[in-house]
Design a protein around this ligand. Structure first.
Ligand SMILES: [Zn+2]
Length: 241
């Protein structure tokens, strides 16, 4: 089976050489991935991955809600420079997190810049939303097409709202610990479902076959067919060529 990991932090694989990280992804069938940034200092590293492995790495530039303090005067300009250099680049990860950062105003200030650029450059947003559905809902009607709710941790109700707007929902191994995981998965439109690892954090490349197996069981369809569907969904959502 082949996989498209829609959320991986390649900049955080420690001292591993980029070639070795790619070999690791190969070993577990990850043919393509979206390399997200969390910090501003990740941007040049993500850019190098995209330049050196253009056929398989889709870059994403953004600022994680935990680190919004890093945004200085040149934030918008610097982000724009990367979007111009990489017409395939997405914006993220970005969004809101009330669990780890209570300063929602600071998060809004940064997110507003990212959203504005996403709309102007027509790029999807890769959204991190933890304990902040209320804030995020204010933005639902204004998000660019093909935006992704990464590592979905919300309620069934929230999944239904997202579905109404036609956005994508990405799940990793952790999602299946949710009590209502099955109901949520059945609610999401099949063509709006994505998989991810969030490696080296929430899960690993070697977990993807198990994630596909669980999705296949819940949706009552063949595993290979499910893997193909998820791969095509990611191409459709995140690769513009
Ligand atoms: Zn992440």
């Amino acid at each position: 089976m082949q996989f498209f990991d829609t959320h991986i932090h390649l900049a955080d694989f420690g001292t591993n050489k980029p070639e070795d990280i790619m070999a690791y992804l190969d070993e577990f069938g990850v043919k393509k991935c979206v390399c997200v940034s969390a910090h501003i200092k990740d941007w040049p590293i993500v850019a190098d991955f995209a330049r050196n492995f253009a056929f398989r790495v889709v870059p994403a530039f953004g600022l994680h809600p935990w680190y919004v303090k890093e945004a200085g005067d040149t934030f918008q300009n610097d982000l724009e420079t990367y979007l111009e250099e990489f017409p395939s680049a997405l914006i993220g990860e970005c969004g809101f997190d009330k669990l780890k950062n209570q300063d929602i105003d600071a998060q809004k200030k940064v997110f507003d810049v990212e959203l504005d650029l996403a709309l102007r450059y027509r790029r999807p947003l890769l959204l991190h939303t933890v304990k902040s559905d209320g804030v995020m809902q204010e933005y639902d009607a204004f998000l660019p097409q093909n935006s992704v709710f990464h590592s979905f941790s919300g309620s069934l109700e929230r999944a239904k709202q997202i579905k109404k707007f036609g956005f994508y929902i990405a799940v990793n191994r952790k999602f299946f610990n949710k009590k209502d995981a099955e109901d949520i998965l059945k609610t999401i439109d099949k063509n709006k479902l994505l998989i991810e690892t969030d490696a080296p954090y929430q899960s690993k490349a070697e977990d993807l076959p198990e994630v596909v197996k669980k999705i296949a069981q819940i949706l009552n369809q063949d595993e290979k067919q499910t893997a193909d569907m998820l791969y095509l969904n990611a191409l459709e959502a995140l690769v513009n060529d």
